[in-house]
Design a protein around this ligand. Sequence first.
Ligand code: FAD
Length: 305
Amino acid sequence: DLGTKLFRQTLLLLAGNRAAAAAAQRYGLKLGAGRFVAGLTLSEALTEMAELNRKRIAVTADHLGEGVRESAEASAYAEAYMQLLDGIHDRGLDAGVSLKPTQMGLALDPEAAYAHIRDIVRHAGEHRLFVCIDMENSPFTDATLAIVRKLHTEGLTGVGTVLQAYLRRSMDDCRRLTQERVVLRLVKGAYQEAPSIAYPHKREVDEQFKQLIRHRLDSGVFTAIATHDAAIIDWTCAYAARKGIQRSAYEFQMLYGVASTLQERLAQEGYGVRCYVPYGQSWYPYFVRRLAERPANVWFILKNW
Ligand code: FAD
């Protein structure tokens, strides 16, 4: 309804507000962000990751950060990813990594951002680990897809990206990327976008989400279906069973701290499940987007504060 929509829009505006971020981050994870963020340090995150692996849940780890405004900041984030990759490798974890293009400086210096991402993907390849480039808001869609394509043409194929079902363009992108055999994560989409480019209604987003899933499962190119929507997960399992699609061709992905029981249940039933595990100091925008997805989370956090 209108109230929820306004509340959501306000939260998404707050997610992009630097002053609010600086104020919130002073409180560490005490604001309740600890439900969604695995820790402030790499070693805390690695411990959580091992715990998930014990439950047969794989991980994609995200060193939080986005929208950097200085090149030194981007270099520091790139270095943090090298340490993350080494940490995963040294402990033999079943994990890959996710990163954000604006964290590597895409909005600042696209060529330098590309170089950072290429270094990370190359280092991941040395450890046989996979990198997913998260999809941010629409000003970065084309550039993000171009980065992934360029890496593939350079022979670095251990990298994929994300398509958002709320964007009207996503079916076209999906067809092309599937032909190019790029591994994809499909999501509904977490940012505020104009109705001219994004479906405003849940019903339409869910419909395109299913079309994207169907196209990918039919193609056989590995696909992550990243959602907590039990109806879409059930629909996917039924579709795959009906079409005889191998479980090794897809996996479900969910966020750390969300629908944990469902994650464990699917893993026990033998489905591939991967948990997105974010950690680090820059947790504020990530946390506020999680609140916007489910306004009831705000009350949950206020109650437990
Ligand atoms: P919804 O219809 O929003 O929710 C379905 C049900 O799930 C809700 O009724 C509720 O019970 C539960 N739920 C959903 N969200 C929450 C929450 N925050 N807290 C508690 N319960 C919740 N978006 C991008 O734009 N780019 C990305 O790169 C990206 N990567 C992602 C990676 C993973 C692994 C996941 C799971 C999501 C990612 N997203 C990304 C976010 C995604 O776009 C959605 O905003 C988010 O997943 C919520 O939508 P949903 O599919 O769960 O469905």
